[in-house]
Design a binder for this molecule. Structure first.
Ligand SMILES: Nc1ncnc2c1ncn2[C@@H]1O[C@H](COP(=O)(O)OP(=O)(O)O)[C@@H](O)[C@H]1O
Ligand SMILES: [Mg+2]
Length: 310
């Protein structure tokens, strides 16, 4: 007699999860509204090659997308696809070899206080207190000390670190350092906040907490965010839209309207809309056969088959 079937029948994921393009009426209405807002950042046919002539390496090819006012756009893509190259060009730290970056319709030609930057590596000045780190850009731009101090205080309150104003960066945890970096960037009232894998070096729990802080800050501050990550959960949790990049050369593969309703909560990580987006992102970033191969190492070849415990 055959034993009863103990495992439930395998239902393919595609039958459990809706299509990522299915937007609830609320989410669709939100996007209709978003699309009507002015474009803050416009990436137009951006090209970047490193080197010259036959040895030139093409890092970015014909990249175009727009970011609307108060929109939260995430860029995801495999390592080495050109995300940081794009950020450096938008920041004005590097020059494109073709195309243009427009901020409020004006072509970007160099760095400026209209773009706030937060990078993965901790970039606070170690010799300055937290307060002086946040005041730095304001003082550079000629704000008197008293006013700069008051502004810094407000932003430190916003990130919940007013009690650490006199501490030095080495006295803070990684998450706290990044909160100061966010306060420092926002104190200059940039038109857009550009974040390049800002939580990439943090442990999972701190990262989740930082994501939630960032959403709270974004909700309360007039700022548009361009957020680079290779963490698909992070992109699905934070974004309005996700720009998916492909590699060699770096380019836009697809731009996706995030179907997950706002306000976001961590328990949405298992919602149908979240999973539908996550599945699409995974398909785009890990083409099918690669996904199947990933994680399978030829370990058995290194052991004596007779000795294996499994
Ligand atoms: N200064 C540079 N000179 C030459 N090649 C570079 C330079 N900066 C980046 N690259 C190359 O451009 C590609 C994209 O890099 P990067 O923008 O750092 O990718 P990502 O941030 O997506 O991991 C990589 O192949 C990298 O080697
Ligand atoms: Mg990078």
């Amino acid at each position: 007699m055959t034993p009863p079937e103990l495992t439930p029948p395998q239902v393919p994921l595609r039958d459990l999860v809706p299509d990522y393009r299915e937007l609830s009426p609320e989410v669709a209405a939100r996007f209709a509204h978003l699309r009507e807002r002015p474009v803050i950042l416009s990436i137009r046919g951006l090209e970047k090659s490193f080197g010259h002539g036959g040895s030139a390496a093409r890092a970015l090819q014909d990249m175009s997308f727009d970011v609307h006012r108060r929109e939260f756009v995430c860029i995801v893509g495999p390592s080495g696809c050109g995300k940081s190259t794009l950020v450096r060009i938008v920041a004005g730290l590097d020059e494109a070899t073709g195309g243009a970056v427009l901020l409020d319709g004006q072509e970007v030609t160099g760095p400026g206080p209209d773009r706030g930057m937060v990078f993965q590596g901790y970039t606070l000045f170690p010799w300055l207190t937290v307060r002086r780190n946040v005041m730095f850009g304001l003082r550079e731009r000629g704000q008197p000390p008293r006013a700069a101090e008051a502004t810094a205080q407000r932003w430190l309150e916003m990130v919940g670190l007013e009690g650490f104003a006199d501490a030095y960066p080495h006295e803070l945890s990684g998450g706290m350092k990044q909160r100061v970096a966010i306060a420092r960037a926002l104190a200059n009232q940039p038109r857009i906040l550009i974040m390049d894998e800002p939580f990439g070096a943090l442990d999972a729990q701190t990262r989740a907490q930082m994501q939630s802080y960032l959403l709270q800050i974004w909700k309360n501050v007039e700022v548009t965010i361009l957020f680079i990550t290779h963490d698909l959960d992070e992109a699905a949790y934070l974004s309005d839209r996700v720009v998916v990049m492909g590699a060699n050369p770096g380019r836009v593969v697809e731009t996706i309207e995030n179907p997950v309703p706002r306000p976001r909560r961590p328990d949405q990580f298992i919602s149908r809309s979240f999973l539908s987006l996550k599945r699409r992102l995974t398909e785009l970033i890990q083409p099918h056969d690669e996904a199947e191969d990933a994680g399978t190492l030829p370990i058995s070849k290194l052991t004596d088959a007779a000795d294996t415990v499994e």
